[in-house]
Design a protein around this ligand. Structure first.
Ligand code: ATP
Ligand code: MG
Length: 417
Protein backbone atom coordinates (compact mmCIF):
# COMPACT_ATOMS: atom_id res chain seq x y z
CA UNK A 1 0.00 0.00 0.00
CA UNK A 2 1.13 3.53 -0.85
CA UNK A 3 2.84 5.45 1.97
CA UNK A 4 1.61 9.00 2.48
CA UNK A 5 3.25 12.03 4.00
CA UNK A 6 5.31 11.13 7.05
CA UNK A 7 4.04 12.31 10.45
CA UNK A 8 5.94 14.95 12.46
CA UNK A 9 5.86 12.71 15.51
CA UNK A 10 7.69 9.46 16.22
CA UNK A 11 5.93 6.17 15.54
CA UNK A 12 6.17 2.73 17.08
CA UNK A 13 5.99 -0.29 14.82
CA UNK A 14 2.75 -2.14 15.65
CA UNK A 15 1.93 -4.55 12.81
CA UNK A 16 -1.69 -5.27 11.89
CA UNK A 17 -3.21 -3.16 14.67
CA UNK A 18 -6.28 -2.45 12.56
CA UNK A 19 -8.29 -5.44 11.26
CA UNK A 20 -8.31 -5.78 7.47
CA UNK A 21 -10.87 -3.41 5.98
CA UNK A 22 -10.98 -2.80 2.24
CA UNK A 23 -13.23 0.26 2.36
CA UNK A 24 -10.99 1.93 4.93
CA UNK A 25 -7.81 1.00 3.06
CA UNK A 26 -9.27 2.53 -0.10
CA UNK A 27 -9.82 5.94 1.51
CA UNK A 28 -6.32 5.96 3.02
CA UNK A 29 -4.78 4.78 -0.24
CA UNK A 30 -6.43 7.55 -2.29
CA UNK A 31 -5.25 10.26 0.12
CA UNK A 32 -1.73 8.85 0.42
CA UNK A 33 -1.31 8.32 -3.33
CA UNK A 34 -2.21 11.97 -3.87
CA UNK A 35 0.66 12.87 -1.54
CA UNK A 36 -1.27 13.75 1.60
CA UNK A 37 -0.72 12.33 5.05
CA UNK A 38 -3.64 10.25 6.35
CA UNK A 39 -4.03 8.42 9.65
CA UNK A 40 -6.66 6.48 11.52
CA UNK A 41 -7.20 8.42 14.70
CA UNK A 42 -9.04 8.58 18.02
CA UNK A 43 -11.58 6.03 19.20
CA UNK A 44 -10.82 3.38 16.57
CA UNK A 45 -7.13 3.20 17.50
CA UNK A 46 -8.11 3.01 21.17
CA UNK A 47 -10.60 0.20 20.53
CA UNK A 48 -8.15 -1.79 18.42
CA UNK A 49 -5.47 -1.63 21.13
CA UNK A 50 -8.09 -2.98 23.51
CA UNK A 51 -8.77 -5.79 21.06
CA UNK A 52 -12.28 -4.51 20.39
CA UNK A 53 -13.77 -4.03 16.94
CA UNK A 54 -14.27 -0.27 16.35
CA UNK A 55 -17.81 0.94 15.58
CA UNK A 56 -16.41 3.54 13.21
CA UNK A 57 -13.10 4.72 11.80
CA UNK A 58 -12.17 8.38 11.84
CA UNK A 59 -9.39 9.56 9.61
CA UNK A 60 -7.30 12.70 9.92
CA UNK A 61 -5.40 14.11 6.99
CA UNK A 62 -3.20 16.93 5.78
CA UNK A 63 -5.57 17.42 2.82
CA UNK A 64 -7.90 20.41 3.19
CA UNK A 65 -11.66 19.70 3.12
CA UNK A 66 -11.81 20.93 -0.49
CA UNK A 67 -8.99 18.57 -1.43
CA UNK A 68 -10.78 15.68 0.29
CA UNK A 69 -13.97 16.47 -1.65
CA UNK A 70 -11.99 16.57 -4.91
CA UNK A 71 -10.29 13.26 -4.18
CA UNK A 72 -13.47 11.16 -3.87
CA UNK A 73 -16.60 10.58 -5.90
CA UNK A 74 -19.01 10.36 -3.03
CA UNK A 75 -18.64 12.86 -0.17
CA UNK A 76 -20.89 14.75 2.24
CA UNK A 77 -19.65 18.01 3.78
CA UNK A 78 -20.86 16.95 7.26
CA UNK A 79 -18.92 19.39 9.38
CA UNK A 80 -17.04 21.34 6.77
CA UNK A 81 -16.62 24.33 9.09
CA UNK A 82 -14.59 22.14 11.39
CA UNK A 83 -12.85 20.36 8.55
CA UNK A 84 -14.91 17.18 8.50
CA UNK A 85 -16.02 15.54 5.28
CA UNK A 86 -17.81 12.20 5.23
CA UNK A 87 -16.41 9.94 2.53
CA UNK A 88 -18.36 6.98 1.21
CA UNK A 89 -16.24 3.97 0.33
CA UNK A 90 -17.88 0.68 -0.59
CA UNK A 91 -20.67 0.23 1.91
CA UNK A 92 -19.00 2.27 4.64
CA UNK A 93 -18.76 5.93 5.59
CA UNK A 94 -15.68 7.54 7.04
CA UNK A 95 -15.30 10.90 8.68
CA UNK A 96 -12.21 12.50 7.22
CA UNK A 97 -11.04 15.56 9.14
CA UNK A 98 -8.31 17.96 8.18
CA UNK A 99 -5.56 18.34 10.78
CA UNK A 100 -6.13 21.44 12.83
CA UNK A 101 -4.22 24.02 14.71
CA UNK A 102 -7.09 25.85 16.25
CA UNK A 103 -6.91 28.82 18.58
CA UNK A 104 -9.13 29.89 21.47
CA UNK A 105 -12.17 28.35 23.19
CA UNK A 106 -13.94 31.62 24.01
CA UNK A 107 -17.31 30.07 24.80
CA UNK A 108 -16.07 26.83 26.34
CA UNK A 109 -17.81 24.82 23.66
CA UNK A 110 -16.04 24.85 20.34
CA UNK A 111 -12.86 26.44 19.15
CA UNK A 112 -13.39 30.05 18.04
CA UNK A 113 -11.35 29.61 14.94
CA UNK A 114 -10.22 26.54 13.12
CA UNK A 115 -7.09 26.69 11.06
CA UNK A 116 -6.00 23.85 8.83
CA UNK A 117 -2.62 22.45 9.82
CA UNK A 118 -0.21 19.81 8.72
CA UNK A 119 1.06 18.69 12.10
CA UNK A 120 -0.23 15.39 13.44
CA UNK A 121 1.50 16.18 16.73
CA UNK A 122 -0.53 19.36 17.24
CA UNK A 123 -3.75 17.63 16.17
CA UNK A 124 -3.21 14.88 18.73
CA UNK A 125 -2.40 17.41 21.45
CA UNK A 126 -5.88 18.94 20.93
CA UNK A 127 -7.62 15.68 21.82
CA UNK A 128 -9.14 15.00 25.20
CA UNK A 129 -7.60 11.92 26.82
CA UNK A 130 -4.29 10.18 26.22
CA UNK A 131 -6.04 7.01 25.06
CA UNK A 132 -7.97 9.03 22.46
CA UNK A 133 -4.86 10.90 21.29
CA UNK A 134 -3.25 8.19 19.19
CA UNK A 135 -3.05 7.81 15.43
CA UNK A 136 -2.12 4.91 13.21
CA UNK A 137 -0.26 4.99 9.90
CA UNK A 138 -1.88 2.06 8.08
CA UNK A 139 0.70 1.76 5.28
CA UNK A 140 3.76 1.97 7.52
CA UNK A 141 2.09 0.15 10.43
CA UNK A 142 3.22 2.87 12.83
CA UNK A 143 1.44 3.85 16.01
CA UNK A 144 1.84 7.55 16.86
CA UNK A 145 1.32 7.86 20.58
CA UNK A 146 3.07 10.98 21.88
CA UNK A 147 1.20 11.06 25.21
CA UNK A 148 1.56 7.47 26.35
CA UNK A 149 -2.04 6.53 25.63
CA UNK A 150 -1.23 2.87 24.98
CA UNK A 151 0.40 2.39 28.35
CA UNK A 152 -2.43 4.28 30.10
CA UNK A 153 -4.90 2.00 28.36
CA UNK A 154 -3.01 -1.08 29.41
CA UNK A 155 -2.87 0.14 33.01
CA UNK A 156 -6.49 1.28 33.02
CA UNK A 157 -5.71 4.97 33.62
CA UNK A 158 -7.80 7.81 32.34
CA UNK A 159 -5.59 10.85 31.83
CA UNK A 160 -6.10 14.18 30.09
CA UNK A 161 -3.73 15.28 27.38
CA UNK A 162 -1.75 18.04 29.13
CA UNK A 163 -3.10 19.99 32.08
CA UNK A 164 -6.47 18.50 33.07
CA UNK A 165 -7.99 21.70 34.39
CA UNK A 166 -7.07 23.67 31.32
CA UNK A 167 -8.40 20.98 28.99
CA UNK A 168 -11.73 20.74 30.83
CA UNK A 169 -12.10 24.49 30.97
CA UNK A 170 -11.61 24.68 27.18
CA UNK A 171 -14.54 22.35 26.57
CA UNK A 172 -16.98 21.37 29.31
CA UNK A 173 -18.17 18.35 27.34
CA UNK A 174 -14.89 16.65 28.20
CA UNK A 175 -16.19 16.39 31.78
CA UNK A 176 -19.03 14.20 30.56
CA UNK A 177 -16.72 12.24 28.28
CA UNK A 178 -14.38 11.59 31.20
CA UNK A 179 -17.16 9.98 33.24
CA UNK A 180 -18.36 8.01 30.23
CA UNK A 181 -14.87 6.64 29.59
CA UNK A 182 -14.48 5.65 33.26
CA UNK A 183 -16.96 2.86 32.57
CA UNK A 184 -15.04 0.06 30.89
CA UNK A 185 -18.22 -2.01 30.79
CA UNK A 186 -17.43 -5.68 31.53
CA UNK A 187 -13.80 -4.81 32.15
CA UNK A 188 -14.61 -2.61 35.14
CA UNK A 189 -13.62 0.97 35.79
CA UNK A 190 -10.84 3.17 34.50
CA UNK A 191 -9.73 5.47 37.28
CA UNK A 192 -8.90 9.06 36.45
CA UNK A 193 -5.51 10.18 37.77
CA UNK A 194 -5.54 12.62 40.69
CA UNK A 195 -5.00 15.63 38.42
CA UNK A 196 -8.07 14.78 36.34
CA UNK A 197 -10.08 13.73 39.41
CA UNK A 198 -9.79 17.14 41.03
CA UNK A 199 -10.15 18.99 37.73
CA UNK A 200 -13.52 17.29 37.19
CA UNK A 201 -14.75 18.74 40.48
CA UNK A 202 -13.18 22.18 40.00
CA UNK A 203 -14.52 22.65 36.47
CA UNK A 204 -18.05 21.32 36.86
CA UNK A 205 -19.50 24.79 36.33
CA UNK A 206 -18.19 24.55 32.74
CA UNK A 207 -21.05 22.15 32.02
CA UNK A 208 -23.40 25.11 31.93
CA UNK A 209 -21.58 26.23 28.78
CA UNK A 210 -22.32 23.00 26.93
CA UNK A 211 -25.55 22.49 24.99
CA UNK A 212 -27.93 20.30 26.93
CA UNK A 213 -28.36 18.00 23.90
CA UNK A 214 -24.67 17.09 24.03
CA UNK A 215 -24.77 16.65 27.80
CA UNK A 216 -27.81 14.40 27.47
CA UNK A 217 -26.13 12.35 24.73
CA UNK A 218 -23.27 11.54 27.09
CA UNK A 219 -25.44 11.20 30.19
CA UNK A 220 -27.76 8.67 28.55
CA UNK A 221 -24.76 6.55 27.57
CA UNK A 222 -23.40 6.79 31.12
CA UNK A 223 -26.76 5.74 32.59
CA UNK A 224 -26.84 2.67 30.37
CA UNK A 225 -23.26 1.65 31.18
CA UNK A 226 -22.49 -1.64 32.91
CA UNK A 227 -20.93 0.22 35.86
CA UNK A 228 -23.39 3.13 35.85
CA UNK A 229 -23.92 2.71 39.59
CA UNK A 230 -20.27 3.53 40.31
CA UNK A 231 -19.88 6.28 37.71
CA UNK A 232 -23.13 8.09 38.55
CA UNK A 233 -22.46 7.86 42.26
CA UNK A 234 -19.08 9.46 41.66
CA UNK A 235 -20.70 12.17 39.51
CA UNK A 236 -23.12 12.79 42.35
CA UNK A 237 -20.33 13.09 44.93
CA UNK A 238 -18.26 15.28 42.60
CA UNK A 239 -21.14 17.73 42.25
CA UNK A 240 -21.36 17.03 38.52
CA UNK A 241 -24.76 15.34 38.58
CA UNK A 242 -26.16 18.19 40.71
CA UNK A 243 -24.72 20.65 38.19
CA UNK A 244 -26.77 18.90 35.50
CA UNK A 245 -30.07 18.13 37.25
CA UNK A 246 -30.06 20.88 39.88
CA UNK A 247 -29.53 18.91 43.12
CA UNK A 248 -27.80 15.75 44.39
CA UNK A 249 -29.62 12.42 44.45
CA UNK A 250 -29.82 10.30 47.62
CA UNK A 251 -26.91 7.84 47.83
CA UNK A 252 -29.08 4.74 48.13
CA UNK A 253 -30.40 4.99 44.55
CA UNK A 254 -27.06 4.13 42.94
CA UNK A 255 -26.56 0.53 44.14
CA UNK A 256 -30.10 -0.23 42.91
CA UNK A 257 -29.02 0.50 39.35
CA UNK A 258 -26.72 -2.49 39.41
CA UNK A 259 -29.81 -4.72 39.65
CA UNK A 260 -31.30 -3.42 36.40
CA UNK A 261 -30.73 -4.39 32.77
CA UNK A 262 -29.52 -1.67 30.37
CA UNK A 263 -32.97 -0.13 30.07
CA UNK A 264 -32.45 3.63 30.00
CA UNK A 265 -35.90 4.66 31.21
CA UNK A 266 -36.06 1.99 33.93
CA UNK A 267 -32.71 3.16 35.23
CA UNK A 268 -33.85 6.78 35.19
CA UNK A 269 -37.03 5.85 37.03
CA UNK A 270 -34.93 4.22 39.75
CA UNK A 271 -32.53 7.17 39.93
CA UNK A 272 -35.48 9.50 40.39
CA UNK A 273 -37.59 7.11 42.47
CA UNK A 274 -37.49 9.35 45.55
CA UNK A 275 -38.57 12.49 43.68
CA UNK A 276 -42.06 13.79 43.10
CA UNK A 277 -43.65 13.45 39.66
CA UNK A 278 -43.35 17.23 39.34
CA UNK A 279 -39.63 17.29 40.08
CA UNK A 280 -39.09 14.60 37.48
CA UNK A 281 -40.96 16.60 34.87
CA UNK A 282 -38.73 19.58 35.60
CA UNK A 283 -35.55 17.48 35.26
CA UNK A 284 -36.67 15.76 32.06
CA UNK A 285 -37.65 19.08 30.52
CA UNK A 286 -34.34 20.55 31.52
CA UNK A 287 -32.49 17.64 29.91
CA UNK A 288 -34.65 17.95 26.77
CA UNK A 289 -34.95 14.18 26.57
CA UNK A 290 -36.79 12.72 23.56
CA UNK A 291 -40.58 12.51 23.93
CA UNK A 292 -40.61 8.71 24.13
CA UNK A 293 -38.05 8.77 26.96
CA UNK A 294 -40.03 11.46 28.75
CA UNK A 295 -43.30 9.59 28.78
CA UNK A 296 -41.82 6.20 29.62
CA UNK A 297 -39.77 7.53 32.55
CA UNK A 298 -42.88 9.26 33.88
CA UNK A 299 -44.93 6.09 33.47
CA UNK A 300 -42.31 3.84 35.10
CA UNK A 301 -42.02 6.30 37.98
CA UNK A 302 -45.79 6.04 38.38
CA UNK A 303 -45.50 2.23 38.39
CA UNK A 304 -42.83 2.36 41.10
CA UNK A 305 -45.40 3.97 43.37
CA UNK A 306 -48.46 2.02 42.22
CA UNK A 307 -49.13 -1.70 42.10
CA UNK A 308 -52.19 -3.65 40.94
CA UNK A 309 -54.68 -5.05 43.42
CA UNK A 310 -55.49 -8.77 43.38
CA UNK A 311 -58.82 -8.04 41.63
CA UNK A 312 -57.17 -5.99 38.89
CA UNK A 313 -54.54 -8.45 37.70
CA UNK A 314 -56.13 -9.38 34.37
CA UNK A 315 -56.83 -5.78 33.46
CA UNK A 316 -53.38 -4.71 34.61
CA UNK A 317 -51.68 -7.42 32.58
CA UNK A 318 -53.68 -6.52 29.51
CA UNK A 319 -53.02 -2.80 29.82
CA UNK A 320 -49.28 -3.09 30.53
CA UNK A 321 -48.26 -5.94 28.25
CA UNK A 322 -44.49 -6.48 28.33
CA UNK A 323 -44.07 -3.55 30.72
CA UNK A 324 -45.22 -5.86 33.54
CA UNK A 325 -41.71 -7.34 33.47
CA UNK A 326 -40.18 -3.88 33.83
CA UNK A 327 -42.51 -3.17 36.73
CA UNK A 328 -41.45 -6.41 38.39
CA UNK A 329 -37.74 -5.64 37.93
CA UNK A 330 -38.20 -2.12 39.31
CA UNK A 331 -39.95 -3.41 42.43
CA UNK A 332 -37.28 -6.04 42.91
CA UNK A 333 -34.51 -3.44 42.59
CA UNK A 334 -36.26 -1.46 45.31
CA UNK A 335 -36.48 -4.55 47.50
CA UNK A 336 -40.28 -4.39 47.42
CA UNK A 337 -42.82 -7.17 47.10
CA UNK A 338 -43.65 -8.04 43.49
CA UNK A 339 -45.67 -11.25 43.99
CA UNK A 340 -48.91 -9.89 42.50
CA UNK A 341 -47.07 -8.32 39.59
CA UNK A 342 -45.48 -11.67 38.81
CA UNK A 343 -48.79 -13.47 39.25
CA UNK A 344 -50.36 -11.25 36.59
CA UNK A 345 -48.01 -12.84 34.05
CA UNK A 346 -50.27 -15.92 34.16
CA UNK A 347 -52.95 -13.92 32.38
CA UNK A 348 -53.02 -13.06 28.67
CA UNK A 349 -51.44 -9.79 27.58
CA UNK A 350 -53.11 -9.72 24.19
CA UNK A 351 -56.85 -10.16 24.13
CA UNK A 352 -59.10 -9.67 21.08
CA UNK A 353 -62.45 -8.07 21.74
CA UNK A 354 -65.13 -10.76 21.25
CA UNK A 355 -67.91 -8.40 20.21
CA UNK A 356 -68.11 -5.84 17.44
CA UNK A 357 -70.40 -2.87 16.74
CA UNK A 358 -72.88 -4.92 14.72
CA UNK A 359 -73.26 -7.51 17.45
CA UNK A 360 -74.07 -4.76 19.94
CA UNK A 361 -76.42 -2.89 17.55
CA UNK A 362 -78.46 -6.04 16.90
CA UNK A 363 -79.03 -6.55 20.61
CA UNK A 364 -79.48 -2.98 21.77
CA UNK A 365 -80.85 -1.08 18.80
CA UNK A 366 -78.11 1.52 19.28
CA UNK A 367 -76.95 3.52 16.27
CA UNK A 368 -73.25 4.13 15.53
CA UNK A 369 -71.95 6.92 17.78
CA UNK A 370 -70.24 7.61 21.06
CA UNK A 371 -72.65 5.49 23.08
CA UNK A 372 -71.99 2.45 20.92
CA UNK A 373 -68.22 2.97 21.06
CA UNK A 374 -68.16 3.38 24.83
CA UNK A 375 -70.45 0.37 25.36
CA UNK A 376 -68.05 -1.74 23.32
CA UNK A 377 -65.16 -0.51 25.52
CA UNK A 378 -67.14 -1.36 28.62
CA UNK A 379 -67.94 -4.86 27.41
CA UNK A 380 -64.33 -5.37 26.45
CA UNK A 381 -63.29 -4.40 29.96
CA UNK A 382 -65.70 -6.94 31.43
CA UNK A 383 -64.40 -9.58 29.00
CA UNK A 384 -60.80 -8.97 30.14
CA UNK A 385 -61.62 -8.71 33.84
CA UNK A 386 -63.55 -11.97 33.87
CA UNK A 387 -61.42 -13.82 31.34
CA UNK A 388 -64.45 -14.48 29.07
CA UNK A 389 -63.78 -16.30 25.85
CA UNK A 390 -67.12 -16.99 24.22
CA UNK A 391 -70.06 -14.99 23.04
CA UNK A 392 -72.65 -16.54 25.36
CA UNK A 393 -70.70 -15.08 28.26
CA UNK A 394 -70.81 -11.72 26.50
CA UNK A 395 -74.60 -11.99 26.17
CA UNK A 396 -74.79 -12.35 29.95
CA UNK A 397 -72.41 -9.43 30.41
CA UNK A 398 -74.56 -7.21 28.20
CA UNK A 399 -77.62 -8.01 30.33
CA UNK A 400 -75.86 -6.84 33.48
CA UNK A 401 -74.70 -3.52 32.00
CA UNK A 402 -77.10 -0.57 32.55
CA UNK A 403 -76.27 0.92 29.15
CA UNK A 404 -79.61 2.60 28.67
CA UNK A 405 -78.85 5.20 31.36
CA UNK A 406 -76.03 7.47 32.39
CA UNK A 407 -73.34 9.46 30.63
CA UNK A 408 -71.31 7.21 28.30
CA UNK A 409 -68.22 9.36 29.03
CA UNK A 410 -68.22 7.96 32.57
CA UNK A 411 -68.41 4.30 31.54
CA UNK A 412 -65.46 2.05 32.42
CA UNK A 413 -62.77 1.42 29.79
CA UNK A 414 -60.26 -1.38 29.36
CA UNK A 415 -57.52 0.57 31.15
CA UNK A 416 -55.32 0.24 34.20
CA UNK A 417 -55.28 2.00 36.61
P1 ATP B 1 -16.97 6.64 20.76
O1 ATP B 1 -16.56 5.24 21.00
O2 ATP B 1 -18.07 7.06 21.61
O3 ATP B 1 -17.18 7.01 19.33
P2 ATP B 1 -14.75 8.39 20.52
O4 ATP B 1 -13.58 8.67 21.40
O5 ATP B 1 -14.47 7.81 19.20
O6 ATP B 1 -15.74 7.49 21.33
P3 ATP B 1 -15.93 10.56 19.11
O7 ATP B 1 -16.94 11.56 19.55
O8 ATP B 1 -16.21 9.67 17.97
O9 ATP B 1 -15.56 9.72 20.40
O10 ATP B 1 -14.61 11.41 18.85
C1 ATP B 1 -13.54 10.93 18.09
C2 ATP B 1 -12.23 11.47 18.65
O11 ATP B 1 -12.25 12.89 18.64
C3 ATP B 1 -11.97 11.11 20.10
O12 ATP B 1 -11.37 9.85 20.23
C4 ATP B 1 -11.05 12.22 20.54
O13 ATP B 1 -9.74 12.01 20.08
C5 ATP B 1 -11.61 13.41 19.80
N1 ATP B 1 -12.61 14.15 20.58
C6 ATP B 1 -13.95 13.96 20.60
N2 ATP B 1 -14.56 14.84 21.39
C7 ATP B 1 -13.59 15.61 21.90
C8 ATP B 1 -13.57 16.73 22.78
N3 ATP B 1 -14.71 17.19 23.32
N4 ATP B 1 -12.38 17.29 23.06
C9 ATP B 1 -11.24 16.82 22.53
N5 ATP B 1 -11.19 15.78 21.70
C10 ATP B 1 -12.33 15.18 21.38
MG1 MG C 1 -15.87 7.53 17.69
Amino acid sequence: MEEGLLADVAGLNVPSLIPKNEDLAHVLEVLCTTGYGAWIVGGAVRDCILGELPKEYDICTTATPEQVIESFEDTIPTGIKYGTVTVKSGNSMFEVTTLRTEAGYGDGRRPDEVEWGSSLRIDLSRRDFTMNAMAYDYARELLHDPFGGKSDLENGFLKAVGDSSQRLSEDGLRIMRAYRFMDRQKKGIWLPDSDLSSALIDNRAMLAMVSIERVWNELSRIINGVNANIVLSRMNDDGVLPAIIGFPLPKEVFPRLAKLPDDLEARMAILFSGLSANDITVILERLKVPKAVFSRVKFLHFLIHNSPKQTELRLYRNALGAEVLTHSILKEALGENNDLIKKSLEYPSEVDCLVNGEWIMERTGLEPGIKLGRLKDWLFRIQIERGYNDLSQMETALCTVPWANGDPNDWPRPKWP
